[in-house]
Design a protein around this ligand. Structure first.
Ligand SMILES: Nc1ncnc2c1ncn2[C@@H]1O[C@H](COP(=O)(O)OP(=O)(O)OP(=O)(O)O)[C@@H](O)[C@H]1O
Ligand SMILES: [Mg+2]
Length: 356
């Protein structure tokens, strides 16, 4: 007898705590409740109510979900589901127990600690690995989707306490037919992490993400982003024309070979830049492994667990303890506990009631 062709189930989520409150969206930790006591921890991203009313935002949010639905790779945060909450939408995804790269760098700076060069290279090699997979993604007919992330920056990179590095937030990515592409008219993304062509309103391709990954690597190695200006516009200008420094002079621990990798990633001339994330990945891996043993998820995991001792050891929050934002939930700007959050209150209450 043939099996069923459609399986209809019941999906319910209970919000545990708010992880992040951004300008446009809110990310929650939640429990996906299944039948007979099945419970799975997930992350849920919702659009703020005031943006949910704008068709263009909703369209992009849905586009993001559809785009990432089939991106299944260890270095990309996996998406499970796109759902509806009374007019708005939410994305349910793999929960990463860890921190984003901005929080990671901040904690290092607070403690006056340096990230070992090889761990910085390892982190960016994993970003390159995720990008390489996304860039090569094809549709079911085998046509290249032409995915460009366009927002590779520390807040969109997560490091799990186990040491896995994951690219997230394909919210402004472009891919043929999936997301509204306004290149040539508008610039989206964080100016200080953009490629020069992106900052200059030009059409981008996968090499744009390589430039952004180069900025992230340089920042991890030197502790600063040389393109960051006093305003977004100044950052945009700096990305376009500020001379790329010799990073080996800023940090003498950067060996000449690594200095060359940085220069090639940050080449404004597209022909002089790595042509694919694969090429960058090879060079970075060769750099850390050519002597034999090099960093692994385990080494990075050990480092991050030591840096975030309390958070990494904390037991998972329970649904009944929601509202007590743990330290992990503190971001800049400090978000209020969800129940007390004025701006997020409506959404949170509805989420709490039911996400279906
Ligand atoms: N799957 C996840 N698991 C755990 N934390 C997550 C997850 N996804 C996102 N976060 C946290 O939420 C933050 C914001 O996520 P994301 O970038 O997807 O949202 P956003 O609304 O697009 O934010 P922004 O506009 O500021 O980039 C991340 O930097 C990370 O700290
Ligand atoms: Mg983001």
């Amino acid at each position: 007898m043939p099996g069923p062709t459609t399986i209809t189930g019941d999906l319910r989520y209970e919000v545990v705590r708010q992880i992040y409150e951004g300008g446009m969206g809110i990310v929650y930790e939640a429990q996906q409740i299944g039948t007979r006591g099945f419970v799975k921890r997930v992350a849920i991203k919702v659009i703020r109510e005031r943006y949910a009313a704008q068709p263009e935002f909703i369209e992009n949010f849905i586009g993001e979900a559809k785009l990432v639905a089939d991106l299944i790779h260890t270095n990309i945060v996996q998406t499970y589901h796109l759902g509806d909450i009374g007019g708005g939408c939410f994305i349910c995804m793999e929960l990463i127990r860890g921190v984003n790269l901005e929080q990671f760098a901040q904690r290092l700076a607070e403690g006056g600690r340096k990230l070992p060069v090889e761990l910085a290279v390892f982190i960016v090699s994993r970003i390159a690995r995720g990008l390489s997979y996304a860039h090569a993604k094809t549709d079911c007919d085998g046509h290249l989707l032409g995915i460009v992330h366009r927002d590779i920056s520390p807040k969109n990179i997560m490091i799990a306490f186990e040491g896995d590095v994951k690219v997230t937030d394909f919210g402004i990515a472009k891919a043929k037919g999936l997301l509204k592409d306004k290149e040539g008219e508008e610039v989206a993304g964080k100016p200080e992490y953009m490629s020069p062509e992106q900052a200059d309103f030009m059409v981008t391709d996968k090499r744009s993400d390589i430039f952004s990954a180069g900025i992230v690597l340089a920042q991890l190695l030197t502790g600063e982003n040389v393109f960051k200006g006093a305003s977004p516009e100044e950052s945009r200008q700096r990305v376009i024309c500020h001379p790329v420094p010799d990073f080996t002079r800023i940090n003498p621990e950067i060996e000449p070979k690594l200095g060359q990798i940085l220069q090639r990633s940050l080449s404004r001339d597209l022909a002089g830049r790595y042509q694919s994330a694969d090429e960058l990945l090879y060079e970075l891996e060769h750099f850390i492994y050519h002597r034999g043993y090099g960093p692994t998820n385990e080494t990075l995991g050990k480092f991050i667990r030591e840096l975030f001792k309390e958070e990494a050891a904390a037991p998972a929050a329970s649904a009944s303890s929601r509202g007590q934002t743990t330290r992990m939930a503190s971001h800049a700007p400090e978000p209020a506990p969800p129940a007390a959050s004025k701006r997020g209150a409506g959404l949170f209450d509805r989420l709490k009631a039911k996400i279906s």
